[in-house]
Design a protein around this ligand. Sequence first.
Ligand code: HMG
Ligand code: MG
Length: 304
Amino acid sequence: MERVIVNDVAPRDGLQNEPAAVSSADRVRLVNALVHAGLPAVEVASFVSPTAVPNMAGADELVAGLDLDRARFSALVPNRKGYERARAAGMRGVAVVLAATETMNVRNINMSLGRAVQVCTEVLQQARHDGLATRAYVSTAFECPFEGVVADSEVERLAAAMFAAGAEEVVVADTIGAGNPKRAKELFGRLVAAFGPSPLAAHLHDTRALALANAWQALECGIRNFDASAGGLGGCPFAPGAAGNLATEDLVSLLQQAGFHTGVDLAALLSVVEHIGTLVGRPVGGRSLPWLQRRNGTQNRCGG
Ligand code: HMG
Ligand code: MG
């Protein structure tokens, strides 16, 4: 059975955009529950300015509460300071974030596109030197909420720059869920032709119920690394219109049906999704949740 790696970003992308912060202790429990459910990789936190994203404060404390040998953990770092904090906390993997347009970089990390490329390059080089695993997001890869459609050639150019800087993986991110299956096939096909499938990952927001269809296109292009968020939580506070991520339960159930091995125990994952509902104080869950709950014989306590 062919393996697909699912990286759950609920503790970071999922919780960064919630109205209320979740404590570091609860975030540690969430990460552990995801690992217990079989997720091989989890983006646990971001080391960003607590003024910019208050919900991500306490990342250092969160990481101190984790057993770092249990899974492939990564943290988002927007700049050198974030990188130094992540490294001091003991993180073994970091992800830099570069948006594909000028305006989105300014809104998100207060840098021009050129400056963002420079800062991401420096952080990636330092991380490689220090022996950390490295990912680079190329955000707004389909469309920017401020500048509109992004050219595939620009995404390829930025991905190439991130690989050249030392990114082991480039994560193609549809920040506002603007992609569609036709475009996804073209973009992922182009990137796979340029870089091969193995160092690429897809991070898809599900604003218009197209994330799963776009993930399928990425899969058909050969990509075997996906971000997803348990319960479908997520969104970037600086990208108007960004909705939740592709729900991990939706992706995993599709992958399992299609004969791929993920290592994820769907029944355990459903318990995590219900738990997230209690953490954020409202029902959460992907589109497949009621269907999965019926098949697993679990009670629908999240109202999904
Ligand atoms: P800035 O104001 O330009 O930063 O913000 P600065 O360098 O001028 O410093 C200002 C203050 O922030 C200073 O403190 C710094 O020390 C502090 P002061 O001297 O005033 O007390 N500071 C920091 N503190 C903690 N950690 C840091 C850090 N850096 C500076 N790393 C900055 C620039 C990048 C910091 C800010 O804009 C920021 O934190 N942005 C984060 C944005 C963010 O988290 N966005 C969401 C994640 S990205 C996303 O969701 C997309 C993704 O999911 C993919 C997709 O879907 O597309 C990944
Ligand atoms: Mg995202």
